[in-house]
Design a protein. Structure first.
Length: 298
């Protein structure tokens, strides 16, 4: 007769094998679609792969990375990436939190506002870029130009002017992803305990003091998480900018992701383009790690 302990051990082993059978296919698929391409990308970054000069291929070692130090286009794209990421993330958090605080004061219609906020998020970035390029920022006939001319400010070539193009793509990214920050922060604000605010009002704390010393500390984990997710998205931004400006005019909106793409698939220098992509990957991982540490710190 089988003892209860032996039967329990057999059942536990069967459950483990069943769990492993469910986990293994997904894990193998994840390795094939993420890890293997990343390893291949890292290997290419150490090669001299220039399809315009295929007879010069070979092992380059750190040559592609050393080349970046003397590449002004790389430093320009890196600087644009920093500006683009910092601007969009700050705008999304500030505007999203402001809208969340405002909507929280509206007793009715919050459900409709939440549904409306989802619409920009579900649009494909390339659709968003084309929408802004053709209907909003198009010279003379775009909605923004119509408004500025009606106000007596004249028309502008929003995507063709190097000084306005970066501002325009920042506005595009902010418009699409601010609703994400809004929804997350609104959900977090809705869970805050009302008795804490009532006690603060009894102590005659002003609205600013309640926001600074109660609201911000309580929603800090949510804010940091929004910053992390939005930073990772901004660093890897591609489709909306490519659809709106293609990285132009010139290199005025060529962030690092676009520079890596142009180098690899337009100039056919796959080795150097892979090295640029690896730099972007490492930068994204380091920034994400630092932000996650910030989230865990008191």
């Amino acid at each position: 007769m089988t003892s209860p302990a032996l039967a329990a051990g057999t059942l536990e082993r069967q459950e483990r094998r069943f769990a492993l059978a469910l986990f293994a296919p997904a894990f193998l698929l994840l390795l094939l679609t993420t890890t293997v391409p990343l390893v291949y990308l890292g290997w290419n970054s150490l090669q001299k792969l220039d399809m315009s000069m295929p007879w010069l291929t070979g092992f380059a070692g750190a040559g592609n990375y050393l080349k970046m130090g003397e590449d002004p286009r790389f430093w320009n794209s890196l600087w644009l990436t920093v500006i683009y990421t910092a601007s969009t993330v700050v705008l999304q958090v500030v505007i999203g939190l402001s809208l969340a605080l405002l909507v929280l004061q509206i007793p009715r219609g919050q459900g409709l506002l939440r549904v409306a906020a989802i619409l920009p998020i579900v649009l494909a970035p390339v659709v968003v870029g084309l929408f802004w390029r053709t209907l909003v920022l198009s010279p003379d006939v775009g909605l923004l130009d119509v408004v500025t001319r009606a106000l007596g400010l004249g028309g502008h070539n929003w995507l063709g002017d190097p000084q306005l193009a970066l501002v325009s793509v920042i506005a595009i990214h902010t418009w699409q992803w601010t609703p994400f920050a809004f929804l997350v922060l609104l959900a977090t604000l809705s869970t805050l305990p009302p008795d804490v605010y009532e006690a603060a009002r009894l102590d005659r704390a002003s609205a600013w003091q309640r926001f600074r010393f109660i609201t911000l500390p309580l929603i800090r984990p949510a804010v940091v998480m929004v910053v992390i997710l939005r930073t990772m998205t901004a660093l890897s931004a591609f489709a909306a900018i490519f659809a709106a400006t293609g990285g132009g005019p010139g290199t005025s909106t060529e962030i690092l992701n676009l520079y890596a793409y142009r180098t690899s698939f337009t100039e056919l220098n796959i080795g150097y383009g892979s090295a640029l992509a690896m730099v972007l990957l490492v930068m994204t991982l380091v920034i994400s790690w630092l932000l996650f540490r910030r989230r865990r710190s008191p």
